[in-house]
Design a protein around this ligand. Sequence first.
Ligand code: ASP
Length: 327
Amino acid sequence: MTVVLFTLGGTIAMAGSAEGGVVARLVGADLVAAVPGLADLGHPIDVRDARAVPSADLTYRQILDLVDAASSAVAGGAAGVVVTQGTDTLEETVFLADLLWPHPEPLVFTGAMRNPTLAGADGPANLLAAARVAAAPAARDLGALVVGHDEVHAARWVRKTHSTSTGAFVSPNTGPLGHVVEGEVRMLTRPRRLPPVPGVEADRLDAVRVALHTVTLDEDTDLVTNLFRGRDGVVVAGFGVGHVPPALAPVLGELAERMPVVLTSRTGAGAVLRHTYGAVGSETDLQRRGLVNGGLLDPYKAKVLLRVLLAAGADRAGIAAEFARRG
Ligand code: ASP
């Protein structure tokens, strides 16, 4: 059985350019050629070059197209799929893919923090580990995964937490699901797989507009009001356990009467609380005003989920139920 490799660009596929700096221009055959161990995987690699862009250039629609192409690959008998892309937006793309991926076969995202011109480039090792995970029976039924630094992370919990470290991908709330040890995929824990979100259609996903705003000290409430105009939904990254300045609470409450407003934490780990603090602008106050509790989902993942749910036509109750289930 083959492992299908889709390439989207990113640092893993970068090489020097005449204009200076590295740009994404290596193709899948180059990436595969840089990993001698792939030949011993026991599964031929079937390369499909999809794009060659920095990951800041990717869109939801392109990830939808990728999921469709990956679906065809597993329907055609592939053991699993590897996607290489830039690491900058990988925590979002992998969760988007996870919300749509209906198959037992692993859909494994990876990239590199050091480009191929640097000493100790991590792309080849990450690609080899990702291919091993894509082919591993132990990694089936876990949805979309991120592999980097010989660790396996769940799409729902993984974060990029460092701008340059080769250990940038961590799951602060859970830790990795598993490791690749001496070439063997060792899964330590298997979270319950949630079903994909049905009825997500590309045009609707394109059209849905969701804003994410991180609350800061002494917030400018006028600015916030203007930021949200014309949106279909909003994610707020609040302080700590889900708090905002008191002046912002009524602004968010009014907004929540018109559109879903999801409350998350800007801290990077831990949950939004539900029933501890009572001040104006606290989590209980904001929930009373109609905000949806984002649970353990970080702001970026919450934004992906909200946009997908709106594109699927979910109503207010449906959105709250999905955040309760996935957050
Ligand atoms: N800027 C690059 C990108 O996301 C970084 C990377 O590939 O890791 O495409």
